[in-house]
Design a protein. Structure first.
Length: 195
């Protein structure tokens, strides 16, 4: 595969508000085995590594995460309506274990966080109460000051499913089961995408 390393050099302070572009250094290598790839996956600041294989895919690796582009998804099906309960009822008909990721942005706080847990069986309500809610540490908003400063202990699955709105931009639920099937709660179209 081909490895392209891009580093952006920030301009000096006097050029910060000019129309000059930031200087970019690009180096390209061909990677032939996994061992040599592992030694390359170290980033310095303002750096992006782009991997491109012989097939139609590109993986970008940067400080905050990964981005995969390509045509790997051969089919996308639609099933059900985008509510948390419907999502889990559909997902738990697949093969266990199931890895679930939640993105909570607009509902609960000023910054987005992603929370992950594994479903070993169909008892997703207990897993949310026992594993997800303790991670969230989110105050229940009785009034503004309490919601900002005093977390509450009465976090339940009923409260979570009523407060978590999939139609809020930035919130999402994503699952991946042992059959290598992915499920995505689509807040834009109001349904569950399966691929």
């Amino acid at each position: 595969m081909r490895l392209v390393r891009k580093r952006t050099m920030k301009g000096t302070r006097k050029h910060r508000f000019s129309f000059e572009r930031q200087e970019e250094h690009v180096t390209t290598k061909t990677i032939k085995n996994r061992e040599s790839l592992e030694s390359e996956l170290t980033l310095s600041s303002n750096e992006i590594i782009v991997l491109q294989g012989e097939k139609d895919w590109i993986l970008s690796y940067y400080e905050d995460g990964l981005t995969l582009q390509g045509k790997q998804v051969s089919r996308v099906g639609t099933k059900g309506i985008a509510h948390i309960e419907d999502f889990f009822e559909y997902v738990t008909t697949g093969a266990f274990p199931i890895e679930v990721s939640f993105g909570l942005d607009g509902t609960f706080g000023p910054r987005e966080n992603v929370y992950r847990f594994t479903l070993p069986d169909a008892d997703w309500k207990t897993l949310i109460e026992d594993e997800l809610l303790p991670q969230l540490q989110i105050p229940k908003a009785k009034n503004v000051w309490q919601s900002l400063f005093f977390p509450t202990n009465n976090q339940t699955i009923e409260w979570f499913t009523s407060e978590f709105h999939p139609n809020i931009l930035g919130n999402f639920a994503f699952a991946h089961d042992a059959h290598d099937t992915y499920y995505f709660l689509d807040h834009v179209n109001g349904d569950i995408k399966v691929f």
